[in-house]
Design a protein around this ligand. Structure first.
Ligand code: SF4
Ligand code: SF4
Length: 274
């Protein structure tokens, strides 16, 4: 079973709670927030493996290409453009689908691997399980590809927790896609609630079961006010507490330090586990 933890905006406490969920259920952990992975700060894994991730991209033979432009018209991602009779690739837009090679009448296209990033893997004594961290190369725009490659490695027969990217981008959708359960973390502020609703719409459109955790709430009434018009309400409310803040700054896992968080997560998520 795969649990993906997402939030409409950064700073809601997504990674903090993803680490706690992994600790409570001793789950395998996948940090798919590949632009800025930081779950290792809490999980403190000992990394033993690093695997490079590459993506195939087209290369054009100047001798064979006659500049017909068929490949530029067929590419669904607008990754190819032509100036005079020469074809150019915008690498960040290429999805490596291979269609351009198929349609080229001159067999002018071959593929070569382009470096996207890497995956570090190791063991965490805090969760007593494996941790995998995706590192996107600086400046690369192919986070979605790296996430998709990491998702292929997840054994859905085991319990896995994914820390997804914040926001509502293609990368967030790629992290939501494999999930059996979504945990949507919301900071109960007007801004946080607004962004959460966008993520909630995506989750609903993808037909994923989900529950909401309201984090950093002033009190239970303030959270109820946010959810007043909705059938869905928070499965767990975590109050704004200076002790949590300090533990966070020290890289502690909240569920390990505070019984109320451990029990709250156990109850809210435990009943959803298959
Ligand atoms: S591999 Fe696919 S996405 Fe990339 S340039 Fe060719 S057709 Fe476009
Ligand atoms: S389809 Fe082949 S021959 Fe035509 S422009 Fe593209 S690479 Fe060149």
């Amino acid at each position: 079973m795969i649990i993906t933890v997402v939030s409409g905006k950064g700073g809601a406490g997504k990674t903090t709670l993803a680490a706690s969920i992994a600790q409570v259920f001793s789950a395998e952990f996948y940090d798919l927030d590949v632009d800025a992975p930081n779950a290792e700060y809490f999980l403190q894994p000992e990394f033993t493996e690093t695997a490079p991730i590459t993506q195939p991209v087209p290369v054009f033979s100047a001798e064979r290409c006659n500049g017909c432009g068929i490949c530029t018209k067929e590419c669904r991602f607008n990754a190819l453009y032509k100036i005079l009779d020469t074809v150019y690739l915008s690498e960040p837009l290429c999805h490596g689908c291979g269609l351009c090679k198929l349609v080229c009448p001159q067999q002018a296209i071959t593929f070569q691997n382009s470096d996207v990033g890497h995956i570090r893997s190791g063991h965490s004594n805090r969760t007593n399980n494996t941790v995998h961290v995706g590192d996107l190369n600086i400046g690369s725009t192919r986070g979605t590809y790296l996430i998709s490659e990491m998702v292929k490695k997840i054994d859905s027969n085991k319990l896995a927790v994914i820390d997804g990217p914040p926001g509502n981008s293609c990368a967030a959708v790629a992290a939501i896609k494999p999930a059996d359960l979504i945990v949507l973390v919301v900071e109960p502020t007007p801004f946080g609630f607004h962004d959460m609703q966008q993520t909630e719409q995506i989750v609903q459109q993808m037909g994923k079961p989900y529950l909401i955790i309201a984090n950093k709430a002033l009190d239970n009434n303030s959270v109820d006010d946010f959810f007043q018009d909705k059938a869905k309400s928070a499965a767990l409310t975590i109050l704004l507490d200076d002790r949590y803040h300090k533990a966070n700054l020290q890289g502690e896992i909240l569920s390990q330090q505070f019984d109320e968080i451990h029990t709250g997560l156990q109850q809210a998520i435990g009943k959803e586990l298959k």
